[in-house]
Design a protein around this ligand. Structure first.
Ligand code: UDP
Length: 331
């Protein structure tokens, strides 16, 4: 019998899930990757298929999750995570954050496994406290368009804490701020893929509102390192993982124009409802408890990401632009 520890990663075919699979393989774990492929893309993990330490289950974790193997760790990263996605599939978004999390906490309890759940800066809503420390309770509109995601994630944190205190399950909660890198979908509406896709197609870059809203972008490798360190730590309260380097969306568009060398310009569109005005993580906790902080500058990270999209074949680029993954699975 193999002495390797086994980890279940939900959302394995997604942007973050697939990078986590790579990291845990590198660390010598056996991986069970799970995804229902609604927003995931098998292309993100196909390089792992020949690996004997990787198996993939096509399953929706909002339904009962059965795993016969012993499990040491569970990483719950299944969820739509962009405003366009959760407007398109609001009920699934609510279910995976609530019912899905409940199923995985139950599994963690049955297997005596440690579980980390992917929470989000969206639990702070449109924040009145800036930058956001973990102690801030947030300013969330439960019935706005983002409510299905924000409230599912807030419920997820509540039920995770309840399993910790009531059942003694070993739980971890990571609050993820805006993250970017290779393998993002180009059509999920998030700002970085939107701008890069527009630059690649020779279209103008669409800035929503007047572009004065801020975000703080973290490169995916930094995020994965933060998640790994938090999972292996003994801290069960929520921890922000993100890059505090804050920028306005208007300036961000200018950076992308410079990076891609596009001759297109910025055009302004209506600001979506409840679009947070500002967002920046306070990462004091991560620094002090985990000795973690981001290492990759936006300049470096954006270059790697742009090079990735430029290197894709026509077919792969089409899939990233149209979410055309189902045809791929049939092959
Ligand atoms: N945004 C934009 N143009 C786009 C897509 C997004 O100006 O084509 C803005 C959006 O309104 C928001 C910011 O960029 O203020 C980040 O949006 P994203 O959807 O990436 O993430 P979130 O709002 O969840 O942080």
């Amino acid at each position: 019998m193999s002495s390797k520890k086994t980890v279940l990663i939900t959302g394995a075919a997604g942007f973050l899930g697939s990078h986590l699979c790579d990291r845990f393989i590198k660390e010598g774990f056996k991986i069970i990757g799970m995804d229902n492929l609604i927003t995931g893309d098998l292309r993100n993990i196909e390089h792992l298929f020949p690996n004997k330490d990787f198996v993939f289950y096509n399953h929706d974790v909002s339904n009962y999750v059965h795993v016969s193997d012993d499990l040491d760790y569970i990483l719950h990263f299944a969820s739509p995570a962009s405003p366009i996605d959760y407007l398109k599939i609001p009920i699934q978004t609510l279910k995976v954050g609530s019912l899905g999390t409940h199923n995985l906490l139950g599994l963690a309890k049955a297997k005596n496994a440690r579980i980390i759940v992917a929470s989000t800066s969206e639990v702070y809503g449109d924040p009145h406290v800036h930058p956001q420390p973990e102690e801030y309770y947030g300013n969330v509109n439960p019935v706005g368009p983002r409510g299905v995601y924000d409230e599912a994630k807030r419920f997820q944190e509540a039920i995770t804490m309840a399993y910790h205190t009531y059942h003694g399950v070993e739980t971890r909660i990571v609050r993820i701020f805006n993250t970017y890198g290779p393998r993002m979908r180009l059509n999920d509406g998030r700002v970085l893929p939107a701008f890069i896709g527009q630059a690649l197609r020779g279209e103008d870059l669409t800035v929503f509102g007047d572009g004065s809203q801020t975000r703080s972008f973290c490169y995916v490798d930094d995020l994965v390192q933060g998640i790994y360190t938090l999972l292996m730590s003994d801290y069960h309260m929520p921890v922000n993982i993100g890059n505090p380097d804050e920028i306005t969306i208007g300036d961000f568009a200018e950076e992308i124009i410079k990076l891609t060398g596009t001759s297109q310009k910025v055009i302004y569109k209506e600001l979506p409802v409840n679009d947070p005005k500002q967002r920046q993580p306070n990462i004091t906790k991560a620094k002090e408890l985990l000795n973690w902080q981001p290492k990759v500058s936006r300049e470096e990270g954006l270059k790697i990401t742009y090079d990735y999209f430029k290197s894709l074949s026509k077919e792969d680029l089409y899939a990233k632009e149209h979410n055309d993954f189902k045809g791929y699975i049939k092959k």
